[in-house]
Design a protein around this ligand. Structure first.
Ligand code: SF4
Length: 379
């Protein structure tokens, strides 16, 4: 593979104590998977990630109830650059702004609330909040949640919808006169991540890109999936900050950061992976978990799904395992079998057909029966 020695020149975006873009080193970032209201656990994980080399630590907030916890977390993590994920509730931006350095909004989630307001007004307000509090913004689009108007405009071409949605929000920022933003275009399929980021980089070479393969899953497969996209993009000089999303227990969460740094070093040294036929058989997607995860057993469940289905390695079946009921139903849409956690039960579906809720000790035999049936039908 040809490695571009010169990185592309994007604009620089100051974010707290660091800078992304321009001549700055690539920033590795990560996200807390602890419950945000568990202040001690989140403070500890913030330090764990920062000590492993995370330049930015992201925290998810769903509601105003968690703002007091964020304030306490901020007070106990001085010097660490914090970002907050607004999830589906962009309206909490002004409440969280005093305690973070960056906010992330998803253009595909802006239509959910305050339907009487236009997207332009919502983005204008977010930019004003960021400006007033000296924050940067990430415009973060995902294949799983593209804004409906862009899906309608580009029927059958999800990548075009994704890229155009991100480009539209950049244009809005330009019109508003706010330039302290980065963009991410993510999916669980590394090939889509590769293509979307290449297209966007060609379209807006000035905008720093945050790279990510969502729900890459358990190591080592999750690392391979991530490398398939990151190696090529970084070698082409694309990507100013990266996040590796792995399904890991909290005590190992910092491994995301270690892996991120290793990928950057390997690309610089011209070391690339080669895994013939990777992705040709069974594909297990699992989320990295976050403050929304509804049961502590989620990571264990993902591991058990992997072990249970190892016998189906040569069958082209995709199983998605997600940590919560908010994103679980949507994020499993493209999978053959979807599993997502609730507080006491696990939901199971086959394509769009819901198969029901099962106790944690009952879901695995039922999942295996579904895998067996899929194999039988396809052979
Ligand atoms: S699926 Fe739910 S728990 Fe998993 S990362 Fe996404 S929001 Fe967090």
């Amino acid at each position: 593979m040809t490695v571009t020695t010169a990185r592309r020149q994007t604009r620089t975006v100051p974010i707290g104590a660091i800078t992304v873009g321009g001549d700055s080193p690539i920033v590795v970032q990560s996200m807390c998977a602890t419950r945000t209201i568990d202040i001690d656990a989140t403070v500890a994980q913030t330090h764990q990630l920062a000590e492993a080399g995370a330049g930015i630590v992201r925290i998810a907030l769903d509601s105003e109830k968690e703002v007091a916890a964020l304030k306490a977390i901020r007070e106990q993590t001085p010097g660490i650059t914090l970002s907050v994920d607004l999830q589906e509730n962009y309206k909490i931006a002004d409440k969280v702004a005093p305690y973070v350095d960056k906010i992330r909004y998803n253009p595909g989630h802006l239509h959910h609330i305050e339907k009487s307001k236009t997207i332009v007004d919502k983005v204008r307000w977010l930019a004003a909040v960021a400006r007033d509090h000296n924050l940067a913004i990430r415009i973060g689009v995902n294949c799983g949640s593209v804004a409906p108007e862009f899906l309608a405009k580009y029927p059958g071409d999800q990548l075009a919808a994704l890229v155009e949605s991100a480009a539209y929000h950049c244009d809005l920022m330009d019109e508003i006169g706010f330039d302290r933003f980065v963009v991410s275009l993510k999916d669980s399929d590394p090939l889509k991540v590769l293509e979307a980021n290449r297209r966007f980089a060609a379209r807006r070479p000035d905008v720093p890109l945050h790279l990510g393969v969502t729900e890459a899953g358990l190591p080592p497969d999750g690392i391979i999936k991530t490398r398939l996209a990151f190696e090529k993009l970084l070698a082409e000089g694309i990507g100013e900050t990266i996040r590796v999303s792995l399904t890991l227990p909290n005590e190992r969460k910092h491994e995301e950061v270690v892996v991120g740094h290793r990928i950057i070093e390997d690309v610089r040294a011209g070391r690339f992976i080669s895994v013939p036929n990777f992705g040709a058989g069974l594909n297990i997607i699992s989320c990295p978990s976050c403050s929304r995860v509804e049961n502590e057993k989620f990571v264990e469940l993902a591991q058990e799904v992997k072990e249970l289905t190892a016998y189906a390695a040569n069958h082209k079946i995709t199983i998605a395992v997600m940590g919560c009921r908010v994103n679980g139903p949507g994020e499993t849409d493209d999978a053959d079998l979807g599993v997502w956690c609730g507080p006491t039960t696990v939901n199971l579906k086959r394509k769009s057909q819901k198969l029901g809720n099962f106790k944690y000790d009952e879901v695995l035999p039922r999942l295996k029966a579904e895998v067996d049936q899929l194999i039988a039908e396809r052979t």
